[in-house]
Write a protein that binds this ligand. Structure first.
Ligand code: IMP
Length: 423
């Protein structure tokens, strides 16, 4: 049963889009199972750079079936827009399938997201895409799903009722309300475009499993942003860990062959929340500039810091990582010394466990182990042996600390700047 899950093991932006693109060479199907267009998966093919927000990254490979699973929250207008853009670049979107059980995001969710950010005591620094409010509606059991796109009258009735409710909340908060009929018109136009793509994807996925197809589940964000396992409340509203692939698509757990973890060679975070190894100095700026660490969805500069092995080991444990793909190792090329955080000092005690309390995490002082840098351009390396010795030592130590095996190393944004590690 060649079913693999690929997830981010940090706070997102680990380079999952590129890895999915590389791994989809031999894949029949790619499935998104959580999150929405808060994600920004970048794929570079030749001279061109594409950023996908909702469409699975397999779309650039001919013949790969792409499925948006029930665990995703999809903005129908944004999805239509993205499909048209991808099609205009010459890629085939005709086989893209949207699960009929996928919950939908509308304009009022985006406005509620912004209002929450303005008025909440704790600012999360969301992407403003309406993710949290859409998942809230799902849990309140008032969400509108992709299956409703197939019945315009039912869709209109539900939309009017929910938009009216959201408008009451928005006006109570002093925020601008939505023009219900104008928004509904946009939604109905998107519904007409998307209707042929709506399918009972739980069967699509399970039939592909039964037929022995190669399937890759594409995680968005990262384990430390998981609603249950991440740095709550500074998290996204979905289950980003590998377990989410099952609930977010209808995949039975025993169908899973292995779990890939994407791990950036250093750490970044967007939005608010504790980040023990964050750097506020020239080293942090160097990581941001060299690593082009600006949000693919929002353009926000990412917070940057040294590799945090405490956080990564925790993620790898929760995700059950079998193989790691280490990305952006080349970004460390210019450093004389590179650090790995091996423990946190919290309240005078050193621990190697990731705490549940964000207050504790915010107070954690990283315990660093320093390694000599390699000061060589590694972007042309195409094998483990072509890496400088210090880069190999750094990776070997990182893998040992997170207790996982490195199977792929990426040394640049292009498809060809990737190699398998056979040791
Ligand atoms: P939301 O997902 O828009 O609700 O944002 C919640 C938190 O998750 C914020 O800190 C965002 O910056 C972060 N976040 C959401 N999506 C991504 C992503 O794809 N990469 C990195 N951070 C993300």
């Amino acid at each position: 049963m060649p079913v693999d899950i690929l997830v981010g093991t940090q706070w997102g932006d680990e380079g999952k889009g590129k890895l999915i693109d590389v791994l989809t060479r031999d894949v029949d199907m790619v499935v998104r199972f959580q999150g929405g267009n808060n994600a920004g998966h970048t794929v570079e093919i030749g001279e061109n750079r594409y950023v996908l927000h909702l469409i699975p990254s397999g779309i650039f490979r001919k013949g790969v079936k792409c499925v948006i699973g029930n665990g995703v929250v999809a903005d129908p207008v944004a999805l239509q827009d993205e499909m048209l853009k991808v099609a205009a670049c010459g890629f085939d979107v005709s086989e893209l399938e949207l699960s009929s059980r996928t919950h939908l995001i509308f304009e009022y969710h985006k406005r509620l997201d912004r209002v929450n950010e303005r008025s909440a005591a704790v600012k999360i620094g969301t992407t403003g895409r309406g993710i949290g409010p859409a998942y809230t509606d799902k849990m309140r059991r008032v969400g509108i799903r992709a299956v409703d796109l197939l019945a315009p009258e039912r869709l209109s009735e539900k939309f009017r009722a929910e938009a009216a409710y959201a408008n009451k909340v928005l006006s109570a908060c002093g925020a601008e309300t939505v023009d219900v009929e104008a928004e509904l018109a946009k939604v109905l136009a998107a519904a007409e475009y998307l209707a042929p793509h709506v399918g009972n994807s739980t069967y699509t996925v399970n039939e592909a499993v039964a037929a022995g197809k190669n399937i890759l589940f594409e995680g968005a964000q990262g384990a430390l942003l998981d609603i249950d396992h991440g740095t709550y409340p500074f998290v996204t509203s979905s289950n980003t860990v590998s377990g989410g692939a099952c609930t977010g698509s209808g995949l039975p757990p025993q169908a899973v062959r292995s779990v890939w973890g994407v791990l950036k060679a250093y750490t970044t975070r967007v939005g608010e929340g504790p980040f023990p190894t964050e750097l506020f100095d020239a080293a942090g700026n160097q990581l941001r500039e060299v690593g082009r660490e600006f949000g693919a969805t929002t353009g926000r500069p990412r917070r940057c810091g040294w590799f945090d092995a405490v956080a990564a080991r925790y993620s790898c444990m929760v995700d059950g990582i079998d193989r790691l793909a280490v990305t952006k190792l080349d970004v460390l090329d210019g450093f004389d010394k590179v650090a790995i955080c091996t423990g946190y000092e919290i309240g005078g005690k050193v621990t190697d466990q990731f705490p549940a309390s964000v207050e504790e995490l915010a107070s954690a002082k990283p315990v660093y182990e320093w390694h000599d840098g390699w000061k060589t351009d590694i972007s042309g390396a195409r094998s483990w042996d072509e890496l400088p010795e210090n880069a190999r030592k750094y990776l070997t130590r990182a893998a040992e600390l997170v207790r996982s095996k490195i199977a792929i190393v990426s040394v640049g944004p292009r498809r060809d700047q990737t190699f398998s590690v056979e040791k």
